[in-house]
Every structure is written in structure tokens, then in C-alpha cells.
Write a new protein. Sequence first.
Length: 81
Amino acid sequence: MIDRNTRDLSMNEQCKLLNLHRSGIYYQPKSESTLDLEMMTQIDKLHLKDPTLGTRRMKVMLQMMGYKIGRTHVRTLMRKM
């Protein structure tokens, strides 16, 4: 699609032709952190025990296990699963 080594068109011109933003060309997604993966396994185990747990009670359960986590981060992790 985009050829970085071409001499005919600059990166800016190639992006304009394809209606792409230049920042999207250089974007590299981050992988999940090991702590997040660990918390996701705990969330999965807790959800199997009690599928009615919401984000508020899930947060309390994880905090009782020693994790420092907020409700919005629990919600984000639960949505990813």
C-alpha cells in the first residue's frame, strides 16, 4: 500500500492519495501488560463462580486479593474478555 522507499511520491503524497493520516502509518499497537492479563484470569475465575458480579463487586473482590484497581479499569478489562 504505502512504499516508504519510493522516490516518486513522498509519504505525505501517498497518504493523501489513499486518504490516510500519516500518524496511522507509524502506529504500533501495544500488547497487554502482564498485570492486566493476570487480573483478567482472576476476573474470569470470579465470574465463573458468580456470573452476577458487576464492576463494583468485582473491584472489591480484586482489591481483597491485593490488586490496586479501580472500577473503570475493571470495566475495561471485562469488556475485553
